[in-house]
Design a protein around this ligand. Structure first.
Ligand code: ZN
Ligand code: ZN
Length: 471
């Protein structure tokens, strides 16, 4: 069985709200062009899944509207044909959306009839396997959607996400579930809908070291239903000071970090589904898992992994919450603290990327790629002192990795629930632990940056090569 979902860029969702929710109290309509992400197998639910990613909004021109009342809208099909052509040319899927000013969350019998006609038209023009997407928006901005596969059959949108500062979720029955007792005390703080949202989410954790294991152990306890772990490292005795869930026996057995963290999550008994990939994040075997995620925590300390996730966030409209900890000390014994900085950065469209924030080092990323893909050449360069030496291990202390993880998970709660209010979002938060200062360093897109100074990659979905990335 194939399931379906849709993700809207916030700017496009807001444009739709302006077009459709007018003060005249009448129905209005628009077209949306969607790019696609094909997921061969969602690793949690073993289903084929198609994510539609919003690319463009086009209002139905007012002069083509034949009738618009509080209960009805009809318009000439000329603009529909034009958009069908555009969708076929760009390999995109076309959607129609209209408003229900009376508040009906779902489709009327009239909608069923009208839309079946449009499906027929679409499949006659663009081919029998052409889907037509349709949505309804109510005045509370809630979206309901479906995918027409033939004039007689449509499948529901499992989930509709809107990704901006806040992450909004719409799905059938939201707010009606009984809730799970283990999370009752959290519902007392944030309400029941947040628990329901969390139980549906698929959340990836890339990197299962100090910060990653801490994030991964917090997620089931806030009620995240599906957790995916990616890491290609094994437990070493020097990890035991900070790796949540790891034991001496795991270090002795050189157990993969993902297995150790997955075991600890399962032992909580909260019903969390956990899937793991023991691989580098950019390995194609991780792609289905990554593309299936609704949110990803980037807890890797390699520059190349960070750059990879930064692109993924924009191409697939999957917010990446990137964590970094830097402890710099003098050579003295005991060392003096020079910097003890924790950073949480949220990567979404319309925000500066990690390169433009100066967080990743492109030269180091290139060396990391060389070390992985061409180890012999890398060793030669290292011997010739042409590459950075990894040098001594970095200092790291569990209290700071764990506090950083907590900051990041709290940012997720803010994005979903807004408990800090409309000014409580932090695209980039820096905590100077040793100075007891929080900062929010700003940044601007570098002129010409393909990721953040242009919207060309936002919501692009599947392209060849993956993420338009030379490999
Ligand atoms: Zn309707
Ligand atoms: Zn940039």
């Amino acid at each position: 069985m194939t399931t379906y979902s849709a993700t809207f860029q916030a700017a496009q969702a807001e444009e739709l709200q302006r077009q459709l929710l007018r003060t005249d109290g009448c129905e209005h309509a628009a077209y949306i062009l969607f790019n696609k992400a094909n997921i061969h197998v969602d690793p949690w639910h073993r289903q084929t899944h198609i994510k539609y990613l919003s690319a463009k909004v086009v209002p139905v021109p007012d002069e083509q509207v034949l009738e618009s009342t509080p209960n009805l809208i009809s318009w000439q099909t000329a603009s529909f044909i034009r958009r069908l052509k555009e969708a076929a040319t760009n390999g995109q899927a076309l959607a129609i959306i209209h408003s229900h000013p009376g508040g009906l969350r779902g489709f009327s019998l009239q909608d069923d009839e009208n839309e079946a006609e449009l499906v027929r038209l679409a499949q006659n023009r663009n081919g029998a396997d052409t889907p037509l997407l349709s949505f309804v928006m109510t005045p509370d901005k809630v979206l309901t959607g479906r995918v027409w596969l033939s004039p007689k059959y449509h499948a529901p949108m499992r989930l509709i996400r809107t990704i901006g500062d806040s992450f909004n979720l719409d799905y059938a029955g939201r707010g009606t579930s009984a809730g799970r007792q283990a999370f009752d005390r959290q519902a007392l703080a944030f309400g029941k809908a947040l628990n329901e949202d969390l139980s549906r989410l698929r959340v990836g954790v890339v990197g299962c070291g100090g910060t990653g294991s801490a994030v991964a152990m917090l997620l089931p306890r806030i009620g995240v239903g599906n957790v995916g772990l990616i890491d290609n490292d094994v437990v070493d005795v020097t990890n035991l000071n900070r790796l949540h869930g790891a034991r001496q026996a795991d270090a002795d057995a050189m157990a993969p970090k993902v297995q150790v963290v997955a075991r600890s999550i399962t032992e909580l008994g909260l019903g969390t589904r956990v899937v793991t990939k023991e691989a580098w994040v950019g390995d194609p075997e991780c792609f289905d898992l990554l593309k299936s995620c609704d949110i990803i925590f980037g807890c890797t300390d390699d520059n190349e992994g960070r750059l990879f996730l930064g692109r993924l966030a924009l191409f697939y409209l999957i917010p990446v919450i990137d964590l970094g900890l830097a402890i710099n000390v003098t050579d003295a014994e005991p060392p003096a603290m020079e910097a003890l900085d924790g950073r949480v950065t949220v990567l979404t469209p319309a925000k500066p990327c990690l390169s433009c924030r100066g967080v990743v080092d492109a030269a180091r990323a290139a060396e990391e790629a060389m070390r992985r893909d061409m180890p012999a050449l890398y060793e030669k360069r290292k011997a010739e002192a042409y590459v950075f030496d990894e040098g001594n291990p970095n200092p790291v202390v569990v209290t700071f990795t764990t506090e950083l993880a907590t900051m990041a998970v709290n940012e997720l709660l803010q994005r979903l629930n807004g408990f800090r209010g409309p000014n409580g979002y932090r695209a980039n938060q820096l905590r100077k632990f040793h100075l007891m200062i929080d900062a929010k360093p700003g940044a601007k897109p570098t002129a010409g940056c393909a990721l953040c100074d242009s919207d060309g990659y936002w919501g692009k979905g599947d392209v060849q090569p993956f993420l338009d990335r030379a490999s």
